[in-house]
Design a protein around this ligand. Structure first.
Ligand code: NAP
Length: 243
């Protein structure tokens, strides 16, 4: 198998840091032209030192800004809805602003981006593929993550409805659901062995994911090798959810 994306244009949100940056870099290495959406200009400038890409600054928490970014990207073949935030708060202290912000970035923005991308594909009579970056937090409760878990549960359900309605247009839609993934930020948060031991002990493979573990699955799901994979929410979790 040899995945190549020459001639394909892919919109990746949250491409400035972490998993999204790795997805952008891998897809570019595989020949795609990446349109990289993120909030911090410096991140996109440094990404342009690494790969050829079209940078788009947008705050996806704002509905209009998300729509404008998706429109500004122009015609694309693929969309990776990766941008996401987490604002840890106990359930009793979860405030409305943090809840709304989390839902706006993690669910509403993917909805808007996908609406614009899918409408374009349908108008051009073109097949396409969309991957939503969800989380294992969609499938189980995590302490102090009420808004985040609710948002990722909603993103999984959004994925299923998108698959149902966009499938007839040959637009494949899937989600990936990683466990803790060691981005530079997560590495800091989980470097304390006492804190990480509890979580790792529940992962049969005994380790956290790396950004490349997620990026390579996203590349596969976008590729023709995943031609019949549609509507799945795929754990990338070393077995955490499955055994
Ligand atoms: P990250 O390192 O914090 O990077 C997130 C990226 O998204 C950043 O470039 C950030 O830009 C961008 N972003 C956030 N809010 C945005 C907004 N309102 N508008 C535009 N861009 C925005 O996060 P990550 O760990 O790579 O997570 C990426 C995705 O994977 C998320 O959906 C997350 O829920 C999911 N996930 C992560 C893990 C994990 O352990 N890391 C596990 C499971 C699922 P700024 O920095 O400029 O805001």
């Amino acid at each position: 198998m040899n995945i190549r994306f020459e001639g394909k244009r892919v919109l990746v949100t949250g491409a400035g840091k972490g998993i999204g940056r790795d997805i952008a870099c891998l897809l570019a290495q595989l020949g795609a032209h990446v349109i990289a959406v993120s909030r911090t200009a410096a991140d996109l400038e440094s990404l342009q030192q690494e790969i050829v890409c079209t940078p788009l600054i947008a705050d996806l928490a704002l509905a209009d800004s998300a729509r404008q970014a998706a429109q500004a990207a122009g015609p694309v073949d693929f969309l990776v809805n990766n941008a996401g935030i987490s604002i840890p708060q106990s359930f009793l202290e979860t405030d409305v602003e943090a809840f709304d912000q989390t839902l706006a970035v993690n669910v509403r923005a993917p909805l808007i981006m996908a609406q614009v991308v899918a409408a374009g594909l349908i108008a051009r009579g073109q097949a396409g593929a969309i991957v939503n970056v969800s989380s294992q937090a969609s499938k189980l409760g995590l302490l102090d993550h009420a808004a985040y878990c609710a948002s990722k549960g909603a993103l999984d359900q959004l994925t299923r409805v998108m698959a149902l309605e966009l499938g007839p247009h040959q637009i494949r839609v899937n989600a990936v659901n990683p466990t803790v993934t060691l981005t530079p930020m997560a590495e800091m948060a989980w470097s304390d062995p006492v804190k990480s031991a509890g979580m790792i002990s529940r992962i049969p493979l005994g380790k956290f994911a790396l950004p490349r573990d997620v990026a390579s699955v996203v590349a596969f799901l976008l590729s023709p090798y995943a031609e019949m994979i549609h509507g799945v929410t795929l754990p990338i979790d070393g077995g955490y959810l499955s055994v």
